[in-house]
Design a protein around this ligand. Structure first.
Ligand code: ZN
Length: 201
């Protein structure tokens, strides 16, 4: 049986579990949710590296609510950690159960950075996406260096690991939330008579 095509980080360099939580934005009133349909969920899972198309064929509409539940549990835990707070115990227990279930059937692989856990080659559909995300979450939760740099964008509530050298990244992206905040500041200054052209970058 061929190995699962699986990446621990998404193409943007963020852990898969954070890419998963970021499939919805602006909680609690999102204006975008990438897991509301089967096709969108498949597209996300493939693009993020959670699974390949063939192994997602069995993903069904009825699986989406379970994946959304896992997503919200992970968001609550990581959001609390990003703020240096304690997450709700019941939610922590749900995340631990998800990791336990995934790691119980995971395959051990040898990498350039040591031993890692990959989803079982027998996993398909929702189980595969669940395990890929849960294993990624477990990896972040057991990596203090990642947790120290875990942040939540104040604009859209996306979660990310700040990999800047100075560790002072505040926004998910300077092209979206960061530039919106700069424009807001510019117009506040302008309306106060302190006109100052907005800088970019
Ligand atoms: Zn943002």
């Amino acid at each position: 049986m061929s190995a699962v095509s699986y990446r621990a980080v998404d193409p943007g360099g963020q852990p898969l579990c954070l890419s998963f939580t970021n499939t919805v934005n602006k909680r609690p009133d999102p204006d975008r949710d990438d897991l509301t349909s089967l096709s969108a969920t498949r597209a996300w899972a493939i693009a993020a590296g959670a699974a390949d198309e063939a192994r997602l064929a069995s993903l069904a509409e009825c699986d989406l609510s379970g994946l959304a539940q896992l997503r919200e549990s992970l968001f609550v835990c990581f959001s609390a950690l990003a703020r240096g707070e304690q997450a709700d115990e019941a939610v922590v227990a749900a995340v631990l159960r998800a990791f336990g279930r995934a790691s119980g059937t995971a395959t051990l692989v040898w990498t350039s950075e040591g031993i890692d856990l990959c989803p079982s080659p027998n996993r398909r559909g929702a189980c595969l996406v669940h395990d890929a995300v849960a294993l990624s979450a477990g990896r972040v939760l057991m990596t203090p260096a990642d947790l120290r740099r875990l942040k939540e964008c104040p604009g859209c509530h996306w979660l990310f690991i700040d990999s800047t050298r100075a560790g002072n990244r505040r926004w998910c992206s300077m092209d979206t939330c960061g530039s919106r905040e700069k424009m807001r500041r510019y117009y506040r200054r302008k309306s106060a008579g302190l006109e100052d052209a907005p800088k970019t970058g």
